[in-house]
Ligand binder design. Structure first.
Ligand SMILES: Cc1cc2nc3c(=O)[nH]c(=O)nc-3n(C[C@H](O)[C@H](O)[C@H](O)COP(=O)(O)OP(=O)(O)OC[C@H]3O[C@@H](n4cnc5c(N)ncnc54)[C@H](O)[C@@H]3O)c2cc1C
Length: 382
């Protein structure tokens, strides 16, 4: 049996295509979006059209990635270019994969085709205001009740990314609380639906162009055909999305680590101290060598989980390993490079924003503790 780490020619071409797009379109606009704390809307639409559409099969208008490894390559390039834009690709996957997996044929054509043209933008509304996001089944209070040909939604959601860009939000609500996870259904709510309001827009530390919103649904009326797929399968669909996006996020944060390492290497090569470049000081080169090894290891953890997903083999523990390790590696890389560069890093806006982006990504799509909980089930056979 062999284990392959080489990319195919088509994967190299895909990586180069996304790198070129990121270099030409994302990198030049990144600093301005970071300062203004908002996305360039035209760029967000371009990313959806040119990049997020790889989540969608060709028959529904997408570019149809051939494998999850391809999606990891895409995520790494976007993460390296600008962390906030990685949220566009990730949230695009989180909200569209459940439609790909669960939607009816009619829904897939109706919703996914305009998404792939960059006309629609989806947000993902799982986390409820009612309790801990780590336990959505226990904490979701949002409910949907049938009313003739409509559904009526009531509840509040918090920490929902990029709603100000969205045309629709994939909202998870109980349709039968007595059934637990099997009583949660998914609805694609248009942002102009009657009874829907954004009550607050929030910025935190990191991912500055991205924001999160608090959402309110008060007797929000939705026609029956906005229930995605089957009633009671919403949580299953959401997990199908998370299975894929989490491991791509692992690859995406490796992009942040790779970029920080590159800045550190350039600094050590070019900084002359006491008449010699810092490359002559092992105290300066060894930390970068260690970080570059961890970055390679993280990338391979993400690719391994992706290969398992491609083969249809269960990979929760491997994905959690990758997500936790890659996010910690990104934080460590940014921190160590900032410390090594001393005064030269203090006013380096790119490095400082990458550090905060990396910290925020440690919690996105499952915190370190939740991923260790998932890993412990395999290690201890629980
Ligand atoms: C920037 C950002 C963007 C987000 N975007 C979205 C989005 O688009 N859509 C969406 O639905 N949600 C989104 N979220 C919500 C995110 O998924 C939640 O923050 C996450 O699920 C954790 O929930 P919580 O913040 O309520 O923490 P809690 O669940 O309250 O957890 C608090 C702490 O307890 C720890 N903990 C919890 N359970 C255990 C355990 N069993 N053992 C040990 N420790 C434990 C956690 O690791 C954490 O450190 C976003 C969050 C952030 C920060």
């Amino acid at each position: 049996m062999t284990v392959g780490f080489d990319l195919t020619e088509s994967q190299i071409a895909l990586r180069d295509e996304i790198r070129e797009f990121a270099d030409k379109r994302i990198r030049p606009l990144g600093p301005e979006m970071e300062r203004r704390k908002e996305f360039d809307k035209e760029l967000a639409s371009e990313i959806t059209r040119n990049v997020s559409s790889y989540w969608i099969p060709k028959e529904y208008g997408g570019k149809g990635a051939e494998s999850i490894v391809d999606l990891c390559l895409i995520a790494e390039e976007i993460g390296a270019a600008y962390g906030s834009c990685l949220t566009i690709f990730e949230v695009g996957g989180l909200a569209s994969v459940p439609i790909v997996k669960g939607g009816t044929e009619e829904q897939k054509h109706r919703f996914l085709e305009p998404f792939c043209r960059g006309e629609y933008f989806f947000a993902f509304g799982l986390t409820d205001s009612g309790g801990p996001g780590s336990d959505p089944v226990g904490s979701i209070k949002t409910e949907a009740k049938r009313d003739g040909d409509n559904w009526i939604l009531n509840g509040t959601k918090r920490l929902i990314s990029n709603v100000d860009l969205a045309s629709h939000i994939l909202v998870f609500a109980y349709t039968d609380r007595s059934k637990g996870a099997k009583g949660i259904s998914a609805f694609l709510v248009p942002v102009d639906a009657k009874g829907f309001h954004i009550t607050e827009k929030q910025h935190g530390h990191g991912l500055n162009a991205h924001d999160v919103e608090i959402l309110d649904f008060k007797d929000c009326v939705l026609p029956n055909d906005y229930l995605i797929g089957e009633e009671g399968l919403g949580f299953v669909y959401s997990m199908k999305g998370l299975d894929k996006t989490r491991l791509c996020l692992a690859a995406g944060v490796i992009g942040i680590a790779r970029e920080a390492l590159k800045i550190g290497v350039e600094f050590v090569k070019n900084r002359i101290v006491f008449g010699e470049p810092l490359t002559t000081k092992q105290a300066m080169t060894h930390p970068l060598i260690e970080l570059s090894t961890r970055i390679e290891a993280g990338r391979f953890l993400a690719w391994r989980a992706a290969c398992l997903e491609d083969k249809g083999i269960r990979h929760s523990a491997e994905t959690s390993q990758a997500k936790w390790f890659c996010a910690e590696t990104a934080v460590d890389t940014c921190l160590k490079v900032i410390r090594m560069m001393s005064g030269s890093a203090w006013d380096n806006d790119q490095l400082n924003s990458m550090l905060h982006d990396a910290i925020t990504f440690t919690n996105a799509q499952g915190s370190a503790e939740i991923h260790k909980l998932i890993m412990s089930r395999t290690l201890f056979d629980l």
